[in-house]
Ligand binder design. Structure first.
Ligand code: NAD
Length: 336
């Protein structure tokens, strides 16, 4: 039976392959009715053509509406961030003004997806920055030794194919293929940076050297998160970038202040000497969700004491000034 079936198939093939010779009597129907105007009007052919044209036009008219993106399809945008920026859209350069509000095509579509490394990405500012980069469509690799950072700050991104978390100390070199480096790794609160001052200055100097070396090797753009502390105990208020500061090189805070100043120097020397594209952000006091309570920073101290119904401590004579910013204003409006 199998043999017979096989034979049959072969026969059929042969028949299909046979090419009729010109002398044979076969002649297609169309030859008898050459394509002409009378031919089109016969047998309601014209009507069918019209209907076809109508269906085609309808498709192209409605197609842009169909392709408009529904915000619910952006599963990669963390809902919390999305809402926060819709709420905070009162600022002139808000989330909405960047063209990513519901119904619009996200910024990443139409531009190259970047691979970005964020050192210190499990920390307070870093984790918010990672949220921003992921939501705009980039690939992010976080390097963190979890000294002050927590996996909890990034747990909502676990499972996202554009996100990777590597336990790594920036004091040790690493080789990655990336387009941009955001270098945040450094304990930022006095409690933490004074805990092991030698490690703090090592992180600032050796960590920054390693990351700048990586930027040079792979041609990545580099951003250093510096601090208003580079002005030390400033003699000018407010501080302009042209002001060089009044810094104590031998004090208890020097590991942080001088560490950041050296990191800035290294960044500029790599820029001038090795042509690395460099940005330096001197951040002032930032507050918001994911800050560590009891880390000695002003806002977290006030909040912790208020929650515990304790008196709120104001150091000094209470006349000193500070400038504060909410973390989303820093991350969404100042990072390039
Ligand atoms: N938050 C602010 O108000 C403020 C102000 C000025 C500057 N900054 C700068 O911004 C950056 C982030 O600050 P933050 O407030 O998010 O602090 P944070 O302590 O919450 O985050 C720092 C992160 O760096 C990681 N880290 C520390 N040492 C590391 C090392 N050797 N290798 C790898 N990872 C390491 C920590 O584990 C943490 O995740 C810091 O560079 C800080 O100096 C912050």
């Amino acid at each position: 039976m199998m043999k017979q079936l096989h034979k049959q198939t072969c026969v059929n093939h042969r028949r299909e392959d046979e090419i009729p010779t010109s002398t044979q009597s076969y002649s297609p129907k169309t030859l008898k009715h050459p394509r002409s105007i009378p031919y089109i009007f016969k047998e309601q052919r014209f009507l069918f053509i019209l209907v076809g044209i109508l269906i085609g036009s309808a498709f192209f008219i409605f197609q842009p509406t169909l392709s408009r993106l529904n915000p619910s399809t952006h599963s990669s945008i963390p809902t919390s961030i999305y809402h926060r920026h819709q709420d905070s859209s009162s600022g002139s350069s808000g989330f909405a003004s960047k063209g990513s509000f519901p119904g619009r095509i996200p910024a990443a579509i139409g531009r190259k997806r970047l691979r970005i490394v964020v050192t210190g990405g499990a920390g307070f500012v870093g984790s918010h920055l990672v949220d921003k980069l992921i939501s705009r469509g980039d690939e992010v690799i976080v390097l963190d030794n979890f000294f002050t950072g927590r996996k909890d700050n990034l747990v909502h991104l676990f499972g996202n194919p554009r996100f990777e978390l590597i336990r790594h100390d920036v004091v040790d070199p690493i080789l990655l293929e990336v387009d941009q480096i955001y270098h945040l790794a450094c304990p930022a609160s006095p409690v933490h940076y004074k805990y092991n001052p030698v490690k703090t200055i090592k992180t600032n100097v050796m960590g920054t050297l390693n990351m700048l070396g990586l930027a040079k090797r792979v041609g990545a753009r580099f951003l250093l998160t510096s601090t208003s502390e580079v002005y030390g105990d400033p003699l000018e208020h407010p501080q302009k970038e042209t002001y060089w500061g009044n810094v104590n090189p031998i004090g208890e805070r020097s590991c942080y202040d001088e560490g950041k100043r050296t990191a800035e120097t290294l960044a500029m020397d790599y820029n001038r000497g090795a042509d690395v594209e460099v940005r330096i952000a001197r951040i002032f006091n930032t507050y918001g969700p994911r800050m560590c309570l009891d880390d000695g920073r002003v806002v977290s101290n006030f909040v912790a004491q208020a929650i515990r119904k304790q008196p709120m401590t104001v150091y000094g004579d209470g006349k000193q000034t500070r400038s504060f910013q909410y973390v989303s204003d820093l991350v969404w409006h100042h990072y390039p």
